[in-house]
Design a protein. Structure first.
Length: 181
């Protein structure tokens, strides 16, 4: 496990009741996000903690509102606002107010404004692809290289046209910053 992933944060997720599968996913997202962040100079602590806690709400629900639930729980636990913002806004890569309304979430702008937020969401999508039980890719690097193709071929990753375009935009931005690897 990456040294920037704090043992006390992992313990806090366990204490909140995060199951082993969700915890493994969250750790993998934090590791992948840190790998990407190190290639472009992002704020590593925000990336590590935001990625690790992004699915805290799944300790209460696996429904679409897990982002909001996680942010509320994170606030009660005293997590910094930048971390709870990641948790609240990560659903579908940062919803607009009309999208939130359509999905039955509190109507507000969930747009990802910080590079660190976009790195975390990009890493989350990459990890989903990398760990897909259908073995879509055989190596982690392949997930980045074939990202657009995979999102277009597997609707569960792109969700809908608006979300797909958002994820493809993050991919282009981040790959542009890191020079494609």
């Amino acid at each position: 496990m990456d040294k920037l992933i704090r043992a006390e944060d992992v313990a806090l997720l366990q204490l909140q009741g995060m199951n082993a599968e969700d915890l493994a996913h969250s750790i993998k997202v934090a590791e992948k996000a840190l790998e990407i962040a190190r290639r472009n100079g992002a704020i590593l602590d925000l990336v590590a903690r935001g990625a690790l806690f992004h699915d805290l709400g799944k300790t209460r629900t696996h429904e679409i509102e897990h982002g909001r639930v996680g942010a509320e729980l994170g606030h009660k636990l005293g997590l910094p606002a930048a971390i709870t913002a990641v948790m609240e806004k990560h659903i579908r890569g940062g919803l607009t107010a009309p999208e939130a309304k359509e999905l039955g979430l509190p109507v507000k702008d969930y747009t990802l404004r910080l590079l660190e937020e976009r790195i975390i969401i990009y890493a989350d999508r990459l990890v989903d692809i990398i760990t897909d039980p259908k073995d879509i890719v055989t190596a982690e690097r392949e997930a980045e290289e074939r990202f657009e193709e995979i999102l277009r071929a597997y609707p569960r990753y792109g969700k809908n046209q608006i979300t797909l375009e958002r994820y493809l935009g993050y991919h282009a931005e981040i790959q542009g910053l890191v020079g494609g690897r």
